[in-house]
Write a protein that binds this ligand. Sequence first.
Ligand code: BV8
Length: 230
Amino acid sequence: MSDHEKIVILTGAGLSAESGLSTFRDAGGLWAQHRIEDVATPDAFAKDPALVLDFYNKRRAQAAAAHPNAAHYALADLQQNHPGEVILITQNVDDLLEKAGAQPIHMHGALASALCFHCKNRWTFTGDMHQTTPCPACGRQTVRPDIVWFGEMPYSMDDILTHLETCTLFASIGTSGRVYPAAGFAQLAQDIGAQTIELNMEATSPQFHARRIGPATDTLPKWVSDLLQR
Ligand code: BV8
């Protein structure tokens, strides 16, 4: 059994790619179909709320119909069976980790959640969201996707920084490492002496101590069984 007291894991779109959910930067990915500034910023929502709501309604329907893959189940297994602490941080807004039995921190929000931009109420949301959708707390039609857009502060940053400052192993899974502050987590962990490993389809940066290259559904089950010494 690995003697890592605390493992912190950051995941990105590559984790859910084999469940049929588009990544962002890969060929034909989300950002090939839409400009970030048209769908994923507060200004975009102010300028054309119908376009932004439609973008997230489509993604919410896709995610609801998707199933976890072997990589999601492997991370749930590690979180449930590793003697040390395992903190899962995801940039993903789908709920495939939860469907696999894991408990992640959604630093960029979640498709299955709504936010009232008047009273800040947040609640579980399924189906399509419209400009007329009322907030169940204040009753106003001031609802938006509970997603962290560019220029907005990610969720749970204080907890995340505390975990990064106390981990012994940091793993980066299926992320291109292009979006901050998530892209800076590996360096933060390395600075406090943690071992760092990348599991991805491609090597995204030379900074990691180790890497396992390949589809997440191949690399994750092997990596987890090595950590659990099965
Ligand atoms: C903020 C929700 C201010 C929306 C998202 C410093 C330097 C430069 C810029 C900045 C900086 N600090 C801040 C910025 C600005 C900006 C930023 O980083 N811009 C980038 C573009 C340069 N950051 C922000 O705006 C952040 N907010 O800074 O607020 C602030 C700060 C402090 C205090 C107060 C205020 C907020 C960013 C969050 C935006 N929202 N998501 C939505 O989902 O619609 S970001 C979104 O894009 C994702 O959540 C994720 O974070 C990112 C996508 O990246 P990945 O998940 O990595 O996906 P990608 O497609 O790129 O890569 C997939 C990888 O998987 C590839 O490597 C591929 O090889 C691999 N792969 C593919 N298939 C597989 C696989 N791997 C394994 N198996 C496979 N099968």
